[in-house]
Design a binder for this molecule. Structure first.
Ligand SMILES: Nc1ncnc2c1ncn2[C@@H]1O[C@H](COP(=O)(O)OP(=O)(O)O)[C@@H](O)[C@H]1O
Ligand SMILES: [Mg+2]
Length: 178
């Protein structure tokens, strides 16, 4: 890597391009990403590099590794929360959704829209908020996302709904009380 690197928040140098320039994983420009590759092509190592690269940044890391934690648990000290099985992953994702809703409420409360406010100046994400009230950005890493899809079988879905106190989605006729 060259000695001089971009140090913008949430911008992680991850590789050198063929022309010698640095390739960055810029979470502000591209918040979501899916890393695709054949088995043994380096996806998990890339993810570990992201964890290391995010270390100097003001960010909370959350990890989901349903392969019993083999990839992310060695880095557990870097994470604010880590799940190594589908049940823990579900709880973690639900907590993140609650957090996300609170952040949206905060953004909405801060928008203060009037006729004088230009569209482009309306707060739409945490980076538009003043620094003193801006929530800590959360980066969620999932190794690997296919493990979450495995959880979405009908049986697992019913089990999840039972745990949430919901009537499982029934695809048959509705039972009648007699
Ligand atoms: N950039 C790299 N340089 C050298 N070896 C690497 C690199 N990335 C991964 N590897 C090696 O390749 C193997 C597979 O990497 P891994 O990240 O586990 O693959 P995947 O998660 O895509 O199955 C590991 O032995 C790892 O040490
Ligand atoms: Mg892997």
């Amino acid at each position: 890597m060259p000695a001089r690197l971009d140090t913008r928040p949430m911008c992680i140098p991850v590789a050198l391009r063929e022309d010698g320039s640095v390739h960055y994983r810029d979470y502000r420009a591209v918040p979501h990403g899916l890393t695709l590759g054949a088995t043994e092509s380096g996806k998990s190592v890339y993810q570990r590099n992201l964890v290391a690269g995010l270390a100097p940044h003001h960010v909370a890391l959350v990890g989901i590794d349903c392969k019993q934690g083999v990839e992310l648990f060695p880095l557990a000290r870097r994470f604010s929360a880590l799940a190594d099985n589908p049940d823990a992953a579900l709880e973690l994702l639900e907590a993140l959704v609650t957090h996300m809703e609170e952040v949206y409420q905060l953004i909405r409360a801060e928008q203060r829209i009037s006729v004088a406010v230009l569209d482009a100046e309306i707060a739409a994400d945490i980076w538009d908020l003043p620094e003193d009230i801006r929530p800590v950005p959360v980066v969620v890493l999932v190794d690997e996302v296919a493990e979450l899809a495995l959880y979405a079988t009908k049986d697992e879905e019913k089990r999840r709904d039972r745990r949430r106190g919901r009537r499982p989605r029934d695809h048959g006729p509705t039972p009648h009380r007699v």
